[in-house]
Design a protein around this ligand. Sequence first.
Ligand code: 9D3
Length: 241
Amino acid sequence: MSWRATVLSLFPDMFPGPLGLSLAGRALAAGRWSLDARDIRAFASDRHRSVDDTPFGGGAGMVLRPDVVDAALDAAADGRPLVYLTPRGAPLTQAQVRRYVVGPGIVLLCGRYEGVDQRVIEARGLQEVSIGDYVLSGGELAAMVLLDAAVRLLPGVMGAAESAEEESFAGGLLEYPHYTRPAAWRGRPVPDVLLSGDHGAVGAWRKGEAERITRERRPDLWAAYASGVRPPPVAAPAGGS
Ligand code: 9D3
């Protein structure tokens, strides 16, 4: 009984896309999660198979019909959260991704055009989620982003080493810089402390760099960190070896 993702889209052929490769693709092949991308157009009821219509009140573009979207949701709904990807949704967070992952899976509705009729959003209690303040051409890439973030957290998908690293990183700071061989490259040496073998000094240097980078790039994260607020520790998954 693995984690199940159903995607409702007018472009189901976009899936699995990048989710069929690398970490997510290996987990998919291993049966740790499943992906079912369905065509919303299959739920159209008229002979022209229309899924959208002009907005009441006028204005540009088209709106997805509530009856068609409702039929598509009916065919997928089984208690999993129903999430509508939309630029006006609540910003996706790592905490929300963790909540999705501890459940049985997710149903993702991808918008196109101007969006979905408001009545079906309310009638089905859709959770509206955005992946950030920039404009995409549809919800499909946003759905893939959410699924990529979720799948890597499923038990057994990431190695134990990476999972442990994730925990130690969860300190509310951005990552420190990384270096590997060669020790000098194009006249740029690796910081001496990293070659010193002094693990205490290395740790202190990395913490200082993480703090500097966070202060420079993310004043929001820096303010929380500097005020002493720490992200809550992430619970270990049940049933892991
Ligand atoms: C031209 C229509 N826009 C008026 C301001 C609204 C609009 C609707 C749908 C703009 C883009 C889209 C398509 N985007 C998504 O479906 C989407 C999205 C996004 O664009 N940014 C961040 N997260 C998301 S989640 C879904």
